[in-house]
Structure formats: C-alpha cells, structure tokens
Design a binder for this molecule. Structure first.
Ligand code: A3P
Length: 319
C-alpha cells in the first residue's frame, strides 16, 4: 500500500520468510502459514502492517468476509445505508465508484483504494477474526460478517482468480478446476485467507459470545429476504429506518439500487478499470445461489459439504 515505508516492508519480508510454505494455485505462487491461516505474500505484508499500525476508533464498523462471499453487495448496501441522508440514487458515489472503493480496506494499508471523498465509519476486510488488529476488539468495534455456501464460494473464487492480474500466469499454467478444488478442500486458496471453515468458525463463535457487536450474515439469507437484512444492518449500524423513511420506500430504493442487475449495469462497473487492479466487472459474475452445480459434479459438492460438516461439528452452524 502507498503509505507503507520500504523499511517496514523489509522488516516484514524477514518475518514472512521464516513462515511455513504451502502451494498456491499456480506453479510460481506459494502461500505462507501465519497463525493458522494461509496468505499470499502480497497480502501478508498488509496484514502485518495493519497488525502493527491500525488504531481503531470505537465508532468504526468492519465489513468482514472471506473472499467471494458477496462483500461487494454488502459494501454497497452498507455504504448506501450509512450515507442515505447525504445522497440519493443520482448523486451516490456508488454511481461512479465500484463499491470496494467506497470503503477503505484494512489489509491494504487501511486506505481507500481510490477515494469518494466521503467518510463513513465503514472498513472492509477479509481477515479472519483472530487476526484482526487488536485495537478493533479492544475498542469494542462493531463487525458485520458475511459468509456463503462453500461450494458457491469456491466456484466464484475459481472464476475470479482466473481473471486476476498478478496472481495467475498464462491460462495453461493455472491449476485445473480439480486441483483448485483439492487445494480449497485443504484450506489453500489463491489469495489465502483459508481454511474457509476456520474463517467462518472464528466469526461464528465470536458472534455467539458478543451478538451485540458481531452481526453474522449469510449470502443465501440476504438473497432470500434482502429487506430483513437491510433493516438489520441499519439497526446494527445505529441508524434504523424511521417510519417516514419506510413509508417513502427508502428500504426498497436501497435494495433496488444495490441489486446485482442495477449495480452491474452501471457504466463504472461494466467498463471501468482501476490502474493496477482487476477490471471492475470481475466482481459481478452471476450473483446466484447454487451456481456451483454448473461447475462441480455432485460428488465434489458432497465432498466439500462433508469437509465443512466435519469441521463445523458441534458449532451449531450449518450450510
Ligand atoms: P458469483 O461469482 O457466484 O456470481 P465478493 O463481492 O465477495 O467478491 O463476491 C462476489 C460474488 O458476489 C459473485 O458471485 C458476484 O456475482 C456476487 N455479487 C456481486 N454483486 C452482487 C449483488 N449486488 N447482489 C448479489 N450478488 C452480487
């Protein structure tokens, strides 16, 4: 990230090189095991930097998720909810920026990747609960966690990774779908952050212990009853919808603006590209529940379900 000094980067290089290594999703990429989670080295520097430098304010709110579980949608909804008295559909920064750029990202030097100039209490992160900078927990910050059926998450990740610059070499050097699937089942993902089950479990347990601080959501529930989730988010952020807002259809307006169809058809999301980043449209693929069936066979689905079931046994959480 832009605000990291070379000195701090070098310091982290040494720390990183002492960690255990595992296979990435292409021959030239490897992952490092840091406190129980795998990370691609380009992300790990930012993780360590956040660990040492991030100072949370009690009012900060964190939108946390594993990759490809729907955080683009969560960020859009949350940003709209938090700024609804300042903007409407025609003036919202969401019209000209990908949702990711409206919210600073914790492990990228906690900066805005580009800025809308609009400050909200929101931050995004893919960090596991146990690796969040200590001040976030100590300050009692609110956290929203979004998870998704592991099969759809894997398929979304697989498709995304194949388009990502810097991660994948030429097409023929990428791991096959089968190999990627095997790696995912072992907790190894192209950018890291896995194992998926440990990621989900960390937030799940924390949400049981401190439900007033951690709101645990599933993508499938957001799809099924978006209205209930949007109201839950507004209540959780401390800015519930007023009776007047409800009468005026504010909740429906937000849902419509942030829907897959509407967001993915905005010019910025259809054709935009931020320098050094992936094309904006890569974060909008299908936005469906159950799309894994078009990519994995029933046996693979069952296998991943079994892995998850075994790991989540006794937690009370199911997918
Ligand atoms: P698919 O690849 O299954 O289509 P993330 O935002 O965490 O990167 O997750 C990406 C997934 O969320 C993709 O899933 C993407 O299509 C879906 N998505 C993006 N925007 C969405 C929206 N507004 N509503 C529902 N799903 C959305």
């Amino acid at each position: 990230a832009s605000n990291m000094s070379l000195e701090s980067l070098q310091k982290y290089e040494d720390e990183i090189s002492a960690l255990s290594k595992g296979n990435g999703w292409s021959p030239s990429s490897c992952l490092y095991l840091y406190k129980g989670f795998w990370f691609h080295p380009i992300l790990l520097t930012g993780v360590l930097y956040a660990r040492d430098n991030f100072e949370a304010q009690p009012s900060d709110v964190f939108l946390c998720s594993f990759m490809k579980t729907g955080c683009t949608w969560l960020k859009a909804l949350s940003f709209y909810i938090a700024t609804r008295t300042q903007f409407d559909d025609s003036t919202s920064p969401l019209r000209t920026l990908v949702p990711h750029y409206c919210v600073p990202f914790l492990e990228r030097g906690f900066q805005y990747l580009t800025t809308s100039g609009v400050k909200t209490p929101l931050f995004g992160s893919h960090l596991p609960y146990t690796l969040l900078p200590k001040s976030i927990i100590d300050s009692g910050c609110k956290i929203v966690y979004l998870c998704r059926d592991p099969k759809d998450t894997f398929v979304s990740l697989w498709n995304f990774f194949r388009k990502a610059p810097g991660m994948s070499e030429s097409e023929d050097q990428l791991v096959s779908l089968k190999e990627g699937f095997e790696l995912f089942c072992k907790g190894l993902c192209p950018y890291g952050y896995g194992p998926y089950w440990d990621h989900v479990l960390g937030y799940w347990k924390a949400s049981l212990e401190r439900p007033e601080k951690i709101l645990f959501l599933k993508y499938e529930d957001m799809k099924e009853d978006t209205e209930a989730c949007v109201k839950k988010l507004a209540d959780f952020f401390g800015c519930p919808f007023s009776i007047d807002e409800e009468k005026q259809g504010m909740v429906q307006k937000i849902i419509k603006f942030c829907s897959f169809e509407s967001l993915s058809n905005l010019e910025v999301n259809k054709t935009g590209k931020t320098p050094g980043m992936i094309e904006n449209n890569a974060v909008f693929r299908k936005g469906k529940v159950g799309d894994w069936r078009n990519c994995l066979n029933a046996g693979m689905g069952e296998r991943l379900d079994n892995v998850m079931e075994e790991k989540l046994t006794g937690s009370g959480l199911t997918f």
